[in-house]
Design a protein around this ligand. Structure first.
Ligand SMILES: Nc1nc2c(ncn2[C@@H]2O[C@H](COP(=O)(O)OP(=O)(O)O[C@H]3O[C@H](CO)[C@@H](O)[C@H](O)[C@@H]3O)[C@@H](O)[C@H]2O)c(=O)[nH]1
Length: 243
C-alpha cells in the first residue's frame, strides 16, 4: 500500500495516458494512480482498463458519464481518495506538462518539509513555461497576478494544477462547497486552504506544453475565473464563504 496517490483527470488523452502511467510507476518512490475520465470518446478509459491488469492494485479508474469539467473531476477523485487511507493526494495533468520526475520533490515538500500543500509553481523564479504561445503565457501569468491582487494570497502560481495536498487539508475544506467547475477550481482550492491557515509552499517546476492531444481551455473557463474570483473574495470579506 502506498500512502500517496496521484489523481489524473482525463478527457481525450489516449496519446498520453499509457506513457504517463508507465512513467509514474517507474519512479523510485511508489505511488498509486487514480484516473478520473469523463467518458472520453477516444478510448482513454479503455486504455486505463487494459493497463489495470498489469498494475493491479495500484492503478484505479473512475469513469464519469460525460465531460463535467476539471474541477468536478478532482472533487470526485479527492472524495474517492479520502475514503481510502492515502495521506498525500496529488493533482497532475495527463499531458506531460507536469514532469513526473518532479512528483517526488512535490511529495517530499509535504511528507518531509512540513508543508500542508506543495505547489509545483511556474512563477517562483521568473516564468518557467516551455512551448506555450506567448498569448497563453501572458494569460496565465496575468491571471496569477490578478488573483494575487484580488485575493491577497502571496502564492505566485495560483492557477497551478500540479499540487500535493496533505489529507487533513482535503478533510477540512468543504468539498461540497467548491463552486468552480473549470480551471478556476485551482484558485478556489488554494484560497480556501489559505483562509484555513494551512502552510502552503511553492516549489519551482518547469511546465512544458503538451506535444500530443489538445488543451481543453475555453472562453467559458476564462470568464468563470475572471468574475468568479472577485465574487469569491467579496463573499469571504462578508464571511459568507464556506471553507
Ligand atoms: N475528467 C476531465 N478531465 C479534464 C477536463 N478538462 C480537462 N481535463 C484534463 O485536465 C488536464 C488539464 O487540462 P488541459 O486542457 O491540458 O489544461 P491546460 O490548458 O494545459 O491548462 C493547464 O494550465 C491551467 C492554467 O494554468 C491549469 O489550471 C491547468 O491545471 C493546467 O495545468 C488534462 O489531463 C485534461 O485531460 C474535464 O472536463 N474532465
Amino acid at each position: 500500500m502506498s500512502n500517496g496517490i496521484i489523481i489524473i483527470p482525463t478527457y481525450n488523452e489516449i496519446e498520453n495516458i499509457e506513457r504517463l502511467v508507465r512513467n509514474i510507476f517507474s519512479l523510485q518512490r511508489k505511488f498509486h494512480i487514480l484516473v478520473v475520465d469523463d467518458n472520453s470518446p477516444d478510448g482513454t478509459a479503455e486504455m486505463v482498463t487494459s493497463l489495470q491488469t498489469e498494475f493491479f492494485g495500484s492503478l484505479f479508474l473512475e469513469k464519469r458519464a460525460e465531460k463535467l469539467g476539471l474541477g468536478t473531476a478532482y472533487i470526485h477523485g479527492f472524495k474517492w481518495a479520502l475514503k481510502r487511507n492515502y495521506e498525500y493526494i496529488i493533482e497532475m495533468d495527463a499531458d506531460f506538462s507536469h514532469n513526473p520526475n518532479d512528483l517526488i520533490r512535490l511529495y517530499n515538500t509535504c511528507a518531509r518539509d512540513g508543508a500542508d500543500i506543495a505547489i509545483g509553481s511556474r512563477y517562483v523564479t521568473g516564468v518557467n513555461v516551455v512551448n506555450w504561445p506567448m498569448s497563453r503565457v501572458l494569460l496565465s501569468w496575468l491571471a496569477s497576478k490578478y488573483v494575487r491582487l484580488v485575493t491577497g494570497m502571496s502564492i505566485h502560481d495560483t492557477t497551478a494544477g500540479f499540487v500535493c495536498y496533505k489529507r487533513k487539508v482535503l478533510e477540512e475544506i468543504n468539498l461540497d462547497k467548491i463552486h468552480f467547475v473549470g480551471y478556476a477550481f485551482q484558485i478556489e482550492m488554494k484560497f480556501k486552504a489559505y483562509l484555513l491557515n494551512f502552510k502552503i509552499k511553492e516549489i519551482p517546476v518547469i511546465f512544458t506544453d503538451r506535444t500530443k492531444g489538445v488543451s481543453k481551455m475555453s472562453g467559458g473557463i476564462i470568464s468563470e475565473a475572471v468574475f468568479g474570483v472577485i465574487n469569491m473574495k467579496f463573499k469571504s470579506l462578508f464571511n459568507k464563504i464556506s471553507k
